[in-house]
Design a protein around this ligand. Structure first.
Ligand SMILES: Nc1ncnc2c1ncn2[C@@H]1O[C@H](COP(=O)(O)OP(=O)(O)OP(=O)(O)O)[C@@H](O)[C@H]1O
Ligand SMILES: Nc1ccn([C@@H]2O[C@H](COP(=O)(O)O)[C@@H](O)[C@H]2O)c(=O)n1
Length: 225
């Protein structure tokens, strides 16, 4: 019998295609979509804007509960606001990207954002695709389907530098690997593949092939296969 709702967790390192894949799969299957990286970027943006010392975890922890972060979960137009301000653009700056791993490593930040993510997932009536780094391991350990996307550093750097219109591939590769190392080595819910996740190496696949692969896996789950 087909299930009414489905919770899909998609994790993996930077630039493996999590956002592009998750949005397309959610749109195709009529599910909600949550970009958890955008939430960590949003709280980082708030810290930077409010002059909080990013090198000082206790200073970050002390104010982690202050910003109100709201995520819109329509996969065809996801939104993110902080205290009512649209931050979809500002959270993608180099300044935020280079500081987000330090902020997201603070346990009080993770506790706050994890609670928000669980609440959004439980409110999604038709089900949801949630993408990030610790969704299958920590945020939604009972997800119906867990996917772990990977790709070679070369493929990821080439994709990202194409997106950043001519950014140097070598320095893009180094920045990706530095962020992955920080995200994988933090103590609290690091980037990791859940034991029961399906790993998909996207290095040699087109985005369309990855989307089709994940849609098939979701449909099989829904059909109870
Ligand atoms: N299989 C693929 N083949 C070619 N390009 C791809 C593929 N998957 C994603 N891309 C492209 O790679 C870039 C990065 O993809 P995306 O933002 O979805 O990755 P991500 O894993 O969400 O990254 P991050 O964790 O840094 O947010 C985008 O420009 C996207 O269009
Ligand atoms: N579940 C998650 C998701 C993200 N992070 C942190 O946010 C950074 C930005 O993520 P993007 O997907 O937008 O690149 C990421 O580098 C992590 O530091 C996280 O900790 N947990």
């Amino acid at each position: 019998m087909e299930r009414a709702t489905v919770i899909v967790a998609i994790d993996g390192p930077s630039g493996t295609g999590k956002s592009s894949t998750s949005k397309a799969v959610a749109a195709q299957l009529g599910l909600s979509y949550l970009d958890t990286g955008a939430q960590y970027r949003a709280i980082t943006w708030w810290m930077v804007n409010n002059g909080i010392d990013i090198e000082d975890p206790s200073a970050i922890a002390a104010v982690a509960g202050k910003p109100e972060i709201v995520s819109g979960t329509d996969p065809t137009g996801p939104t993110i606001t902080v205290d009512g301000t649209d931050v979809a653009g500002p959270i993608r700056t180099q300044e935020v990207t280079s500081q987000v791993s330090a902020v997201s490593a603070v346990p009080e930040v993770r506790a706050r954002i994890t609670e928000l993510q669980r609440s959004i997932a439980s409110d999604a009536e038709n089900g949801i695709v949630v993408e990030g780094r610790d969704i299958g391991t920590t945020v939604l350990p009972d997800a119906d389907l867990k996917i772990f996307l990977t790709a070679s550093p070369e493929a990821r750097a080439a994709r990202r530098s194409g997106e950043l219109k001519g950014a140097d591939v070598q320095s893009t590769r180094e920045a990706l690997l530095k962020r992955d190392a920080a995200d994988s080595s933090r103590k609290t819910s690091p980037l990791a593949k859940a034991d029961d996740a399906v790993e998909v190496d996207t290095s040699e696949l087109t985005l369309q092939q990855v989307i089709e692969c994940v849609v098939t896996l979701v449909e099989e789950k829904r059909a109870g296969k």
